[in-house]
Design a protein around this ligand. Sequence first.
Ligand SMILES: Nc1ncnc2c1ncn2[C@@H]1O[C@H](COP(=O)(O)OP(=O)(O)O)[C@@H](O)[C@H]1O
Ligand SMILES: CC(=O)N[C@@H](CCC(=O)OP(=O)(O)O)C(=O)O
Length: 265
Amino acid sequence: MKKALWVIKIGGNVIDNPNQLALFLHDFAQLEGGKILIHGGGKIATQMAAQLGIETQMVNGRRITDGEMLNVVTMVYGGLVNKNIVARLQANGVNAIGMTGADANAIKAVKRPVKEVDFGFVGDLKEDSVNQEILSKLIESGLIPVFSALTHNGHGQLLNTNADTIASALAVGLSSIYETKLIYCFEKNGVLKDVNNDNSVIQNINPSFFEELTKEGIIADGMLPKLQNAFDAISKGVKEVYIGNAAKLSDIHQGDNFGTCLSLN
Ligand SMILES: Nc1ncnc2c1ncn2[C@@H]1O[C@H](COP(=O)(O)OP(=O)(O)O)[C@@H](O)[C@H]1O
Ligand SMILES: CC(=O)N[C@@H](CCC(=O)OP(=O)(O)O)C(=O)O
C-alpha cells in the first residue's frame, strides 16, 4: 500500500496576513505523515513591484513576467516569503527545506510559447516536470519541502510558475509513489456560490458543474486556474482534491467539514 502524502498550497491573501499565516503554519505543523507545502505570494510581489515603480499586468490569472518582474518575483517568492515560512515552520518543530524548482532540479519547466500574449519568463509544466526521485528522497529523509512559485528550464533560466499549477504537478508527479491528497487553502471557506457570502460553500463540484458555474460567472478570477489545476490533478490520478479555508486545515481529517470537494463524477 502506498503511503499518504499531503500536498498543500497556501494562497497569497493568507500569506499577506500575519495572524492567519501563523495559525495556518501551526496547523500545518500538526498534520501527521509526509507533507509538502507550496506557497504563492502574488499579492506581495505586486506590492513590491509597485514600490519599485514596476507595473503589474495579469492575463488569465497569470503574471506577465519580463526581466525586471522576474527579478522581483525571485526576490519575493524565493527569498522573502519562502525563507520566512521555512523559519516559522522550524519554530513549529517542522524540519522544512525551502525549494524552488531549480533546487535539486526538483521541477523543470518550459517557457510558455508566445501566442496572442507574450507572458515573458513564465514556465509551463509537462508530464515529466517533477523529479520524483529526489523529492521522495527528501521526504523519506524526514525533510518537509516548501516550494515557492519558481521553476527553471535546465539551461540556467528561472521561470515564474503559478503556485496552483506547481501544487497540482507535484501531487500528480508524486502519485505513482504516494497516495497524494491535494489541498488548496485560501482565505475563503471554499468555492462559493456568492463570493461575498462565506456561508455559500458549494460542497461538491464535478467537471460539468464546473463548466456551468464558469458560464454563469460564479467562478471567476483566480478561482478559474485553481479549479482547472484541481481537475487536471484528479484526471491524472490524484485521489482527493479539496479547496477550503486555511484557518480550518485542522478539519481536513474529516473531509466533509473542509470546504469544496472536487470529483470526476
Ligand atoms: N466562486 C468563488 N468562490 C471563492 N472565491 C472566488 C470565487 N470566484 C472568484 N473568487 C476569487 O478568487 C480568489 C482566489 O484566487 P487567488 O486570489 O488567485 O487565490 P490564491 O492566492 O489563494 O491562489 C478569492 O479571493 C476570490 O476573490
Ligand atoms: C505565472 C504566475 O502568474 N505566477 C504567479 C506565482 C505566484 C502565485 O501563484 O501566487 P498566488 O498563489 O498567491 O496567486 C504570480 O506571479 O502571481
